[in-house]
Write a protein that binds this ligand. Structure first.
Ligand code: C2E
Ligand code: CA
Ligand code: CA
Length: 415
């Protein structure tokens, strides 16, 4: 168990720290309580209750991803700092995973009991929110959840992008799209063993007179649920295919498909038409999807993904490891590729846990028949380890940053 001043210090560090360079999203505090513990104590006795509390801690700990922090605060009470949370959907995914972790009853001696955790997510309004304030908000959240009979509540999610509250930037993007200010950059994907060029991931850039070159992190999260995401994505698919049709047949292209469009039939028609228009072998197109995209409406998304796969395109699971699903969850997906998120690749040479995780992901993915791409490869040492582990494809600054099409063409020409 952690002492309260120690907990205060840890929370302070987590919420008073400048953003790590390149880090995505913000930190969210999560308090989880086994609300029934007093009842269990009264009915089964203190000793037995302790066994239930131990199993509760054990299961709750499994919610933490490698870069999250986990604290055991008291019997039947734990806290986490969830890092890199980018939108409210990710909080919903975390809550869904928490409830999955408690799907099965806890068995103690010959008894078994269904146990439901109660939790409160706190999204600090400003970065320098004091530890005491965060804890107090979390306490109030737990009370509110109990009173309203909810599994979890989210306190002040004001800072996270949500549908319809980013009207201003959506309008700006719409106007910029009309003016033709969006373009695609291409980042090379390399064969891990042969070092040969296999293709590129198309990454959008916004080039305006006012702001110069803007990366997608500054606008995509704000428009992902807005109507403009549809024409913008159709533009990405068409431009990427048009470019790829000019490359040698051995070079393929990947595009990012936002969450919302996995529930949209039109993506199938747009992809089919574009493949036809540019007379492209569909196997040269990979559609990168993320787990949140899939989990919102799993059945509908599955139907659409199957239709896309039936067209002959490849399907890649992007940012793998940053979400709350296990690989087993993806076993029904018609995926062909899995991309290990760069967080794990970054740390694999310094943190043995990340190294083990990367190895496990590669083996599991191979067992599911998926090709594995490592993202964010920046160092030679990472290349050596990834090759040893059997990783298939490498992508990262070491081989090339995202670049304009003309520069990528030069890379192709060099061979
Ligand atoms: P992503 O799909 O995970 O793309 C990989 C990101 O990692 C790219 O950032 C890339 O520049 C960066 N990256 C690649 N190698 C390295 C490396 O070695 N070190 C580091 N530190 N970073 C590396 P970018 O281009 O800023 O894109 C950010 C995110 O924006 C993408 O993440 C993707 O989720 C989204 N995005 C990009 N293009 C599109 C698009 O056309 N449509 C949609 N819907 N989303 C897009
Ligand atoms: Ca991607
Ligand atoms: Ca990625």
């Amino acid at each position: 168990m952690i002492a309260s001043d120690e907990l205060s210090n840890l929370i302070t560090t987590a919420f008073d720290h400048p953003e790590e360079p390149g880090s995505k999203g913000i930190n969210v505090f999560l308090l989880i309580e086994l609300a029934d513990l007093p009842v269990i104590k009264a009915e089964a006795g203190v000793e037995i209750a302790k066994l239930y509390a131990d199993e509760f801690h054990h299961r709750a700990r499994r919610l933490a991803r490698t870069y999250d922090d986990f604290f055991a605060i008291a019997e039947g009470r734990v806290a986490l700092v969830l890092r890199r949370i980018q939108n409210t959907q990710q909080i919903e995914l975390a809550a869904a995973k928490l409830s999955r972790l408690f799907e099965d009853p806890i068995e103690v001696s010959s008894d078994s009991l269904y146990v439901k955790p109660t939790s409160a997510f706190v999204v600090p309004i400003k970065r320098r929110t004091a530890a005491e304030e965060i804890l107090e908000l979390a306490e109030r959240g737990i009370l509110q959840a109990k009173h309203t009979d909810k599994a979890y509540v989210v306190i002040s999610p004001g800072k996270l992008p949500e549908q319809n509250n980013n009207w201003h930037i959506q309008k700006e993007v719409e106007a910029a799209f009309e003016r033709g200010e969006f373009t695609l950059y291409y980042q090379p994907k390399i064969h891990a063993n042969f070092g040969s060029l296999l293709g590129a991931e198309a990454l959008i850039r916004w080039l305006s007179e006012k702001n110069g070159l803007a990366n997608p992190g500054t606008f995509i999260p704000y428009i992902e649920n807005a109507p403009i995401i549809r024409p913008l994505t159709w533009f990405v698919i068409k431009s990427a295919l048009s470019k790829c049709s000019q490359w040698p047949a051995s070079i393929s292209v990947s595009v990012n498909i936002p969450t919302m469009l996995l529930n949209d039939d039109e993506i199938v028609a747009v992809t089919r038409d574009a493949l036809g228009l540019y007379e492209m072998d569909p196997a040269r197109l990979t559609l990168e999807i993320t787990e949140s995209g899939f989990m919102e409406q799993p059945e509908r998304s599955l139907t659409i993904l199957k239709q896309l796969r039936d067209l002959g395109t490849m399907i890649s699971i992007d940012d793998f490891g940053t979400g709350y699903s296990s690989l087993a969850y993806f076993r029904n997906l018609p995926a062909t590729e899995l991309k290990i998120d760069q967080t794990f690749v970054n740390n694999m040479c310094t943190d043995p846990r990340d190294e083990a995780l990367v190895k496990t992901i590669i083996d599991l993915a191979h067992n599911f028949g998926l090709k594995v791409v490592a993202e964010g490869v920046e160092e030679k040492a990472q290349v050596e380890k990834l090759k040893e582990m059997g990783c298939d494809v490498l992508q990262g600054y070491l081989f090339g940053e995202p670049m304009p099409a003309a520069e990528f063409q030069k890379m192709i020409d060099k061979g």
